[in-house]
Design a protein around this ligand. Structure first.
Ligand code: G3H
Ligand code: ZN
Length: 284
């Protein structure tokens, strides 16, 4: 099966009260682990590529790998640009075959974020590609993008309402207390803010920086309108821990397959656990 638009997956999730896992991918084993997990769980799934992933693997390789994996399975697969920061990159991804793009103008003042997001929406809409945007700034570091605690700002519900009305985006990433990367302490999510945003905004909401957020908090966020949950750090941790384990057991191992195979398996288990937590198992 080829890529499905992300909006159709998210609208169904929103109606039925669960969330779709959006997992970051940047090499063959990660793509395979995610897609195999989704197939075994009969779950719709989003694979997303960040700017760092595109720089590392190349846009054409990302599309080819995800397409090859998606064609082997029955579950719906969307391919999404994660944290795109330019109009040009969004267009390049659309042209390369992505079914969804995120334009992240969260560092811009509101009016500029609206104008830049709208430009991406117009192009994407013309070819049936979904658009996610971000309002408020999510803290932490993901690949090339770092937002300090000082720069991070929570999403203002009334601004979110205006932003969605004026841009027509399909999904909105909200800043409600999560951060990218490894948390220093337990993250505290602002559920009142999430509820206020969900009451005013009529599109599926997206939770970034979800690795390390306690399961109960994830479930509560989903019950309040989160329909897409982004996971990257937990995948990296499982993947690398498996490689370290194999090397510590067999320091002389020189076959990359003996390292990357167990890493793919470990990552796959994490994806399955997340799918089950998000409630998307059996929804394909
Ligand atoms: O855009 C991707 C994410 O928000 C992933 O965040 O690395 O904290 O899981 P994470
Ligand atoms: Zn993110």
């Amino acid at each position: 099966m080829s890529f499905v638009p992300m909006s159709s997956l998210l609208e169904r999730a929103r109606k039925d009260g669960y969330a779709i896992g959006a997992f970051n991918a940047n090499n063959l084993e990660i793509v395979q682990g995610i897609v195999e997990a989704a197939e075994e769980m009969e779950a719709p799934v989003i694979l997303q590529a960040s700017q760092g992933a595109i720089k590392y693997a190349g846009l054409d390789y990302i599309v080819a790998m995800v397409r090859a994996a998606a064609e082997k399975v029955k579950v719906p697969v969307a391919l999404h640009l994660d944290h795109g920061t330019s109009f040009e990159q969004a267009v390049q991804c659309i042209r390369a075959g992505f079914s969804s793009v995120m334009y992240d103008g969260s560092k811009l003042p509101l009016e500029e974020n609206i104008a830049a997001t709208l430009a991406v929406v117009k192009v994407a809409r013309a070819v049936g590609v979904s658009v996610e945007a971000e309002l408020g700034r999510i803290g932490g570091t993901e690949d090339d993008i770092s937002v300090s605690d000082r720069e991070a700002t929570m999403t203002v519900p009334e601004e979110a309402q205006e932003f969605v009305a004026r841009t027509g985006v399909d999904a909105l990433a909200v800043a409600i207390g999560t951060a990218h990367g490894v948390y220093k302490g337990e993250p505290k999510l602002d559920f009142d803010r999430l509820k206020a945003i969900a009451d005013l905004v009529d599109v599926p909401l997206v939770l970034h920086g979800a690795s390390g957020v306690p399961d109960e908090a994830i479930k509560r966020a989903i019950s309040l309108g989160i329909c897409k949950v982004n996971i990257d750090t937990n995948l990296r941790q499982a993947f690398v821990a498996a490689i370290v384990r194999v090397l510590s057991e067999k320091p002389g191992e020189i076959d990359p397959r003996k390292l990357l195979g167990p890493a793919r398996e470990a990552l796959k288990q994490v994806v399955k656990e997340k799918i089950s937590l998000f409630g998307s198992a059996g929804r394909a």
